[in-house]
Design a protein around this ligand. Structure first.
Ligand SMILES: N[C@@H](CCC(=O)N[C@@H](CS)C(=O)NCC(=O)O)C(=O)O
Length: 219
């Protein structure tokens, strides 16, 4: 069966990276289409994701699927021949979904508030951001991966943020290694996986991109 797989994405998107890692895990080839969000959204994106108007969007045989965590689950179900992403146990699956939802509700919003604030407010959001990562570190415990011995849904949901740590640290003036050493050790373990290291962009490039976004916002 000829399959058509298209990914609408933006290279620095931590949500898009999830989908790229999942596709790499499954060995699925696809057509990558970059959205230049600073310049404005393409009519194709608005057509494919009319509700949220955000990337990533996976288009499988002409049908769009939106929201990164949902896309990753879809990929795992459709290409189920290798490298399972979701835990096989229903309770473990529910837990992994809970923590990915926690990541989605907490990290980006808190980072954004820290990024765009100053003085006392900035300090408050910085403390909140660090506490979120400390919570995630505690959740990992002494396991190699969130999925236990293997890389799974929660690992995949969190690891893209690693490419943003340098940006978080630079804007927040703190060091993740000092705050969350076990989380950094976990991230380095994940980076030993080709699907992860080949997907995550250079941290300095992400920082430059964020600087450019800030300039665009100030215009
Ligand atoms: N919950 C969404 C978040 C996606 C998201 O925030 N995408 C950003 C890029 S990182 C975006 O498209 N932003 C454009 C906008 O906010 O209008 C997901 O998991 O896919």
């Amino acid at each position: 069966m000829g399959e058509e797989v298209v990914l609408l994405d933006a290279w620095a998107s931590m949500f898009g990276m999830r989908v790229r890692i999942a596709l790499a895990e499954k060995g699925v080839s696809y057509d990558y289409k970059e959205e230049y969000l600073i310049k404005g959204k393409s009519p194709f994106l608005l057509q494919m994701n009319p509700i949220h108007k955000k990337v990533p969007v996976l288009i499988h045989n002409g049908r769009p699927i939106c929201e990164s965590a949902i896309i990753v689950e879809y990929i795992d179900e459709v290409w189920n021949h290798k490298n399972p992403i979701m835990p096989s146990d229903p309770y473990d699956r529910a837990q992994a979904r809970f923590w990915v939802d926690f990541i989605d509700k907490k990290i980006y919003e808190t980072w954004r508030k820290m990024w765009l604030s100053e003085g006392e407010e900035h300090e408050t959001w910085k403390k909140e951001l660090i506490s979120i990562f400390k919570q995630l570190e505690e959740t990992l415990g002494d396991k190699a991966f969130y999925g236990g011995d293997t890389f799974g849904f929660l690992d995949l949901g969190l690891i893209p943020f690693y490419s943003w740590f340098y940006t978080f640290e630079t804007y927040g003036n703190f060091k993740m290694e000092a705050e969350c050493p076990k989380l950094i050790a976990w991230a380095k373990r994940c980076m030993q996986r080709d699907t992860v290291s080949k997907t995550l962009p250079d941290e300095k490039k992400v920082y430059d991109h964020v600087l450019a976004m800030r300039k665009a916002l100030e215009k």
